[in-house]
Design a protein around this ligand. Structure first.
Ligand code: NI
Length: 185
C-alpha cells in the first residue's frame, strides 16, 4: 500500500521517534513492505517511518536506482528496525542529498565517511554492519529522520540562505510532486 509522504513543516518530521516494539512481527513486516513500496513509487532511495507519519525507529534504503552514479550500490537494500550507530569515523565526506519530504531541494552535506550500525532486520535478527561511501550516506540521512533532524539543518550557512524561500513554500504546501504528500499542520 502506498502511503502519503509528510512534507517539510510537519511536526512528525521534527519529533524524535520511539523504539519500535518487536512483538507484532506480521504487522511490522507489512508496514515495512508499505514503506518500501512508497519509496519506490516516489523514486526515492530511502525512507524513514516518520516520513509516513509513524514516529518509530524504522528505515528502509535501496541503492539500485543509483548504480549509474554509484556502481557499488548494485543490490544494496536494507530494512532496519531500531538502528543505532556503534561507530562513526572522524574522517568525513560530502555528497549531494535530497529528501522526499523536501521536494526539489538539494544540498551538499558533510558527514562521517564510515559508520557501523547495529539494528534488527526483518528476520528479527540483531545485526551489526559496516557501511561506507554512498550507502553510509543514505543510512545516516535516514537515521537523522529518526531524531527529527533534516538534511537541510546540516547545510552550510550560505546554502541555507539560498534554499530558505523554497522551504517556506514547501511548508505552506506550495509544492506538487507526482507522489502523494500531506502535512500534519
Ligand atoms: Ni529524507
Amino acid at each position: 500500500m502506498i502511503l502519503p509522504i509528510y512534507l517539510y513543516g510537519s511536526q512528525v518530521l521534527r519529533t524524535a521517534a520511539e523504539l519500535s516494539p518487536l512483538d507484532d512481527r506480521e504487522g511490522l513486516k507489512k508496514f515495512i513492505d508499505d514503506m518500501v513500496e512508497t519509496m519506490h513509487h516516489a523514486d526515492g532511495c530511502g525512507l524513514a517511518a516518520p516520513q509516513v507519519g509513524v514516529s518509530r525507529r524504522i528505515l528502509v534504503v535501496d541503492g539500485n536506482d543509483l548504480v549509474d552514479r554509484y556502481p557499488e550500490l548494485k543490490g544494496f537494500h536494507r530494512e532496519m528496525i531500531n538502528p543505532q550507530f556503534t561507530f562513526e569515523s572522524e574522517e568525513s565526506s560530502s555528497y549531494e542529498e535530497g529528501c522526499l519530504s523536501i521536494p526539489n531541494v538539494d544540498a551538499s552535506i558533510s558527514r562521517p565517511a564510515r559508520i557501523r550500525v547495529r539494528y534488527v532486520n526483518t528476520d528479527f535478527e540483531e545485526v551489526e554492519e559496516d557501511f561506507e561511501g554512498f550507502a553510509a550516506r543514505m543510512i545516516q540521512h535516514e537515521m537523522d529522520h529518526l531524531d527529527g533532524v533534516l538534511f537541510v539543518d546540516r547545510a552550510t550557512p550560505i546554502r541555507k540562505k539560498m534554499i530558505a524561500g523554497k522551504l517556506v513554500n514547501i511548508a505552506k504546501g506550495n509544492v506538487h510532486p507526482r507522489y502523494r504528500v500531506k502535512s500534519d499542520k
